[in-house]
Ligand binder design. Structure first.
Ligand code: GH3
Ligand code: MG
Ligand code: MG
Length: 337
């Protein structure tokens, strides 16, 4: 609230000064004006930065703004235009920040302060507004709504950016940086529908790290995590731009290969497998192999989960046949290597 407050109070100060000049106010009143419009915003910033609950401190600061506004309306002896402008600006920004409830609370504080100060002054009222006072109130009337509008826009934009970030985080698996299972399956489902509509061919790979439990048991979970991260990095590096890898489960990955019939998928699977086989997968030089199941989309499949289960069955077959290999669904013999 620092910028809108510093601008709003400065402009409010100008509006009030217009009246004080006209009324020939005392030195004490001028000092009061200086304190409440020039010094107070800095005090509010300082208090907010030191606070353990900056939000609550800021809300209290906004209430102080209203109290000060009420006091100044009484001190201006209800000079009509500046009083009305200050009142409506203080209502508007409270509404923008905290809705009708917060606005009502602050306005009640404003009215109470105004009543107390006015009573102390013997309820003096002098509502006539001169030309000088009209001119003094104009900057507040014209500029402050722009500042509040800009602040609201900036907040809305930040909210949108944070929502986008949140959406991205909710799609991503934290360890590997690949899509998480839920979103990867959504992409597979969408591709499944697309291929059914237009007759395109696509394939899935299911990849599982071999004897991964042993890696964890021998080298510890952090080393296992590093292996998972490095396998994910190799996947990202060795796939084409429109291929979609995801982390399906613990040490199991799914890879969607759009516009790729089974023979092409086998080439890609072998490329990935060999790269992982020959790579060092941790700082300590850990090695690991993977088994890969391959399934081309079958137009007979009822839904995408059948397609995934075919790739899974092929993966199971690759494990059965000795691991560190890729196997195509429905192939009678292990793939020649
Ligand atoms: P196989 O060759 O048959 O796949 O043997 P495996 O040992 O890889 O298979 P298994 O499914 O028995 O073990 C998988 C292990 O992966 C067990 C689990 O502790 C480990 N694991 C799963 N998720 C993570 C993870 O996020 N980090 C680490 N470090 N380990 C994980
Ligand atoms: Mg495994
Ligand atoms: Mg597994």
């Amino acid at each position: 609230m620092y910028l809108p407050r510093i601008v709003g109070l400065a402009l409010g100060g100008v509006a009030i000064a217009g009246v004080l000049v006209y009324n020939g106010a005392s030195a004490a009143t001028w000092i009061g004006l200086f304190l409440s419009t020039v010094i107070w915003p800095h005090v509010a910033l300082w208090a907010g930065q030191r606070s353990r609950n900056p939000y609550r401190t800021e809300m209290r600061g906004l209430m102080v703004d209203s109290a000060l506004g009420g006091a100044w309306i009484a001190l201006m002896e209800f000079n009509l235009l500046p009083s009305a402008v200050i009142l409506i600006m203080l209502i508007m920004d409270k509404m923008a920040v905290g809705g009708t409830r917060f606005m009502s609370k602050c306005t009640a504080v404003l009215i109470a302060t105004c009543a107390i100060v006015s009573a102390a002054m013997g309820f003096r009222a002098n509502p006539y507004t001169s030309m000088v006072e009209i001119i003094g109130a104009l900057p507040l009337l014209m500029l402050y709504p722009m500042v509040v509008g800009l602040t609201a826009y900036r907040l809305a934009r930040r909210l949108r950016e944070q929502n986008q970030l949140l959406a991205e985080i909710s799609r991503t698996d934290g360890l590997s940086g690949l899509l998480n299972r839920r979103y990867w399956e959504e992409v597979v489902s969408a591709e499944f529908q697309r291929c059914r509509r237009n007759g395109h061919r696509a394939s899935l790979l299911m990849l599982d790290i071999d004897h991964f439990k042993a890696v964890n048991d021998r080298h510890g979970h952090p080393a296992g995590d590093e292996v998972i991260r490095n396998v994910a990095a190799i996947l990202r590096d060795s796939l084409r731009e429109h291929d979609v890898p995801g982390r399906y489960g613990g040490e199991e990955f799914g890879i969607l290969l759009p516009d790729t019939p089974a023979p092409g998928a086998e080439v890609i699977a072998e490329r990935v497998r060999k790269r992982i086989d020959s790579a060092s997968l941790s700082g300590k030089g850990l090695r690991a192999t993977v088994s890969i199941g391959i399934a081309q989309l079958d137009p007979q499949d009822m839904d995408y989960s059948v397609w995934i289960s075919h790739a899974d069955r092929a993966l199971y077959a690759a494990k059965e046949r000795g691991r560190n290999r890729s196997v195509r669904f429905d192939t009678p013999r292990p793939e020649p290597k």
